[in-house]
Structure formats: C-alpha cells, structure tokens
Design a protein. Sequence first.
Lengths: 436, 404
Amino acid sequence: MFSYYLKIAWISIKRHWGLSLLMITAIGLGIGTAMTTVTVNYLMSANPIPHKSQQLYYVQLDSWDVNDPYDDGQNPPDQLTYTDATNLMKAKKAYRQNVQAQAYGVIEPEEQGALPFMVSARANSADFFAMFDVPFIYGGAWSNDADVNKEQVIVLSREINERVFGGENSVGKAIRLDGNIFKVVGVIDHWQPKPRFYDITTGAFNESEEIFVPFSLIAEEKIRRSGNTNCWKPSSDGFAAFLASECIWTQYWVELRNEQEKQDYMSFLNAYVEEQKRFGRFQRPLDNRLSDVMQWLENQEVVADDAKMMMAMSFMFLAVCLLNTIGLLLAKFLGKAPEIGLRQALGASKATLFSQYIIESACIGLAGGALGLLLAQLGLVAIENLYGEYMKGLASLDANMMILAIALSLLSSVIAGIYPTWRACNIQPAQQLKSQ
Amino acid sequence: MLEIGLIIRALLRNKIGALLIALQIALTMTIIVNAIFMILERQQQMERPSGIDENNTFYLTNTVFEQDYNLQAALNRDLAMIRKTPGVVDAIQINAIPLSGGGWSQGLQTQPGEDQDAIGTALYMVDEHAINTLKVELILGENFAPEDILWRASGQTTWPAKTIITKAMAQSLFPDDWQSALGKTVYITQSQPIRIIGIIKELQAPWNGWDGVERSILIPYHMETTGGKYFIRTEAGRRDELMPIIEKALAESDKGRIIRRVSTMEETRERSYKRHNATNKILTTVIVTLTLITSFGIVGLAIFSINRRTKQIGTRRALGATKWQIMRYFMVENFLISTLGIAIGCIGAVGLNMWLVKTFSLSPINIDLIVMGIGILFVVGQLAVLYPARKAALISPATATRTV
C-alpha cells in the first residue's frame, strides 16, 4: 500500500510541478537557513572536553576595588592577580592545578640561513597537559619540580617541531627562545579545542598556542607575557612591583574529582581570602567562584549575540516558509476535490485518504530537506568566507546536524500537511459528484 | 465602491487561505523591519570616521629578541631613517593602532582620589610628530614640543605632565563647556596630575565596539619596548610602493629584531568591521529571500484561486465587466489581506524589537522604519498579484459558455 501511495504522490507532484517546486524550494530555504544558524550555535556552545568538563573548575576571587566593583558587582573579576595565583599554586590543595597566561617569544632556529620567527606561547603549570588531555607525539609534560625550580623547558606544537626540527623526535634537544636556551621535553599533536575553553579572555575561538613553557619563567623574565591586563590600584614602577600589584592577568584552573573535593576547595578559597583580608586586601564581600567548563563558557557568553539573533530570525524565516507550504498544499489538495469525492464514492476510507496525502506532504518535505541540507552546506561555506578566521572550524555539518535537518524537514512538512489533509478528507463526496 | 463588501464576503468563504497569506506577510514584515534596522545600525557604526588619514597610512610591529639591545638608540635611528625616506610624510612610534582591537586604556578624573569617578579613555603614546603623521586636526591649544617627549621604561607607572585629548573626551570630562578643558589639570591613575594642552577633533580608540570609542588621549612618550609599532604616513598614492621598501630597510638595518605585521589602515578597518560586514550581507540575503518567498506564495495562491474561478471570471466578463475591473478585484483582495498582515506585522516588528532590546541590549526601533516596512510590503503584495491578476483579466468571456 505504501509504495502505491508513493506512486500516487509522485504522479501528483509531477502534475502540479510548478506548485510542488515552489513548496520544495520554500521548505529547502527554510531548513537551509535554520540549519546554518543552528549549526553555528551548536558548535559555539559545544562541550570542548565532554568526559571531564565537570571536574575542571575555573577559579574567581573578588580582589577588586571596593569603591568601583568589577562588573558592577555582578561577577568577580575574570582573572586572578599574580600574587593570588602563585599563593594558590603553592598551597596545592586541588587534585591538579594550573596557573597560566598568554605569552609570546621569538625562536631562532640553529640552521644556517633560517630566519628567526615569532611564536604564540602559553606559560602554564605542569598539570596543564594532564588536566586538559593534551595529546603528545613525543615526550610529555614537564614535572612539577620544573615549575618550582624555574627550569627552562619547553613543549612544542607539531607545527613548530616540523619547522625547527623537521618533524623528528626532538625531546632532549635545545631550542633558542628570546635569546635563552630551552630544553624540549615534549611535542604535542594537533590540539584545537573549540571553543578554546582554557583561555576565554583572549578569544574563545582563537587558535591554541605554538609553544608551552613553565609559568614561573614569567617572573624570571625568560618569557614575555601578553593577553589582557586589568588594573584598578596604582602601583609603583618596575616589573617586581607589577607582579606584586592588584592587576589581574592570570587564569587559574583546578581539577576536582568529586563534590567533596569541590567543597573542600571552596572552603580553602574562603579561608584564603579571609586571611588576605587581614592584610587589607579583598575589601569586597566574600564572593569566590568555582565554575565548571560549561558554566564558565556560559558565564563568559561564548555564544555570540549575533549568532543567537540570527538563529531566532532563521526560525521565523522557517515559519514563513511553512505558512507558505501550508497555503500551497491547501490550495493543491482542495483543487483535487473532485478526485477525492470520486475516490470516497468508490469506497476509500478517510484513513486511507489521510495517509495518502500525508505521505505526499512528507515526500515534499524530504525533497525540501535534501535541498535544505545542500543550502545549509552552502550557507556555512558562505559564513566561513564572510567571517573569516573567527568562524574557522565552526561551520561544518556533522552527522547529528544532518539527522536534525532531515527530522526537522519531515516534521515541518507533516505539520504543514495536517490541516490541508484534514480539509481534503472532509470533502463531501455527494457535492463533488453532483457538480461534475 | 470597489466591491469591497463583496470581496470580504468571498474571502470569508476561504478564511484559512487568506489568513495564511496574512500571517506570512506579518512575519515577513516583522523580520524585514528588524533586519533593516540592524543593518542600518551597523552601517552607522562603520561610517564613523577614525579621524586619521586612512588612505595613506600603514604600520608595522618591531619585535626585538636580542639580549642587551639598546632600545633608545634603535628607536631614534629607525624614526630618523623612516622620516627621511623619500615619499614618507611623517612617522611615529605608537603603542596601539585605532580600530585594531588591542590597546591601552586608563581613566581620567577631574578631582584626585580613589573614590572619584574616572572616565575611561584610550591611550596613544606618541611624540610631537603624531598630529602630522595621523593627520588629525588640532582644534584648540598646541602640539607637544620636542622637549615634552619623555622616555618610558617598561613597567613605568608615572605619567608626563601634558596631554592632548579628543573633543569627545573633553565633552565627557567637562560636559558643560568642552572648550574649558584646555589648560585644565586632570588626574590619571587616580591621583597623578596631567595638564590638557591641546584638543583634537577626532581620533578613535582601538575598540570599535566600545561605547567610548571616540575618547582617546595622546601621551608624550617614547617607549623603551621590545614590542613597539611604527606608524607611517606617505604622500598620497605612494603607500603601497613604500611599504616593502621601509620593511626591508628596517629588517636589514638590524638583525636583532623581527619586522612583522606590515599592514595598512585600510586593512585594519576592513578586519575591524569584518563581522559587521558579514552580518549585514547575511541579513540582506535574508531580506531578499524572504520577500521572494512571500511574493511567490502570493503568486501561487492567486493563480490557484484564479484557476478555480475561471468560469466565474468568464461569466463576469460576459456580463460586461472590463479587464481592468477583473484585475482590480484581485488587487483589492490582495490589498485587504495585506492590510491585515501588515497590521499584525507592526505589532510583531515592535515585539521582536522589544525582545532584542531586552536580550541583546540593542537600541529601540525607529518609527520611520515601520512606516517604510508598511510601504514595502504593500508594494510587494501588489506587484506579486499583478501577474496573476493580468492572467485573470485575459480569461475570455467565452469560457462562461463552455461546460467543464
């Protein structure tokens, strides 16, 4: 029976090919637009580290000006001062902990004639690699002792290892960075979390860094820091004074394996701030936060407003396309009144007629969905081209999105088909036959 | 008159069909009005002048990596070399580039003290060549003198005694009379006095999304930094020719550094507003597609209803109705449906805007745009129905005499 209905649907679609084409185009455009924006939103709000996003916590302490609270008192500052980050690091109260900042430097390859080049760097603690599951090709992370002893060790990205060492196992070799000699301890494979959750402050969709060095080398002035620095209290001259200042420029992550560890760490933070209050710091009310990865991404509003607005609009666009389809289907089915009357008179039940017309709507929906997928693909290519680097890697359809697109188009076309079908089934056969 | 009563009665017999079109028009209007509004807002932002001569300027980053490098000597040497290159009008060292996204900010306040309100501003650390290099207009007061320019060591937190500020900054500091800012002493980093010796017309901050983008100040500093920028203005039309020449001259004069990111102000503006441009293009596509879909919907349904009424139209023609009267019937019908749709659309447009204002802190919509939306949709509706209506008018009166 089903194949028979399909055949009838095909005949009907062919007969009114103009109308059918219009409906397929409308559904296709609607689905295409909706899927394009849904995909962008979906990828922007993706969980970059699903298996442990609930064990990694971003630490915030309210060290800001009591006269002019950070973010009008809504949220504590988004970074920590050097003083607090190093104090927390020394206390080592979490299962794993990482203090980090963005940095940069110039690498001078040994090779004759090779030009020095600039690299983006991350200054971080040893635990960074284990906490964020960074994949290594050669070697591994440096040790916690290397952090404490300020050893000049370095982890290279795959690209930099290719460039400087031709891709061979470079562990143990020396590399010249900003005039200082560093020892390579590891080379990581391509690693690009999207969003780049571990540092939102310098752009949630930026590329991961090219080299990694111990955070403690910043204070030694062995690596130059960059990234955002935000100050409220004037300090005196010189780098030592800057490090001791109330300027925030470091990010702090901890790994806590369960609720108990989280509570313990929170009590530790509260005790720490209470202690600092005695030195005249932290004059704002106690407001320490531990946000897991997804909470942190949400708090930092990683999904761009533009993307959300576009998604709302694209769903309204889809609604217009559906209204369009309902109108056209209604017109088409009602146009078949004489045929329906005849079939009813010959004994077709309402259920039969209903399934037949719903199948016809679904066929149009599927065709529209296929067109929609194609258009969504084009739409994403267009978005990637228009927005450039910002959208790189955020504009591709995965299997989930394809299934969603087909489901959405089937669902919309069936919804669009219900009313016209119901009207068609309620046609009085007697009247239709009389008028023939 | 115009058979309105008759048309309404006919429409009521096919309520749903008419309502579907009206709803389509309403949603289309809701989206189009808001989309146009968003496009215009972005366009206005992009049209704000940066205050500098964007066509003939470029800049580059100078990253020093050699240890024990004489930064002061190198800066003097570089600036002298660039300034005497034929074709170069003037050049400066600068800490940040307008519209580039990265820069320094500080607060200025009219009274010292940590509990006083400070007004945020972008800082440009430059020398007395800045006004000529950027080609900003000094509207009040005077430029820095060569002896005003001090050396700023890395990490230094004290400030020079003089500054030049933009008119917008003067207006924020002295809202009653911005001209009175000239000669006044204000306070930087809560308590350090700094005197305003000049006011420039406009110079944008590095952050285009900041609501204080027009507020910036010039600080007379030469920076001892390992990551400085040189900003260069050339004679009209000679920028592209001079860019590689200067890059090469700098790179070859000194091997202890890297010259990188040589880019023009035009590129910087384009990069800065890339997302604005992209969003505008997408919104424009949405508007066009949506209008097309709605008009095709109107055409499709009108053709269909005309096909159903072929015999009826033929009868009307046979009874003496002119072609124009037949066309008019369908156009008035469309007008009535559009009116309903547009009425709902007005509510929808304002509603969507209110939601956007609330959720994304956009600004409230302008009434002119709603009026424009009303006009556009009426025209689109009438144009869409024109073709089917002409087709209807061409139905021969003889049709009435045929039996189906």
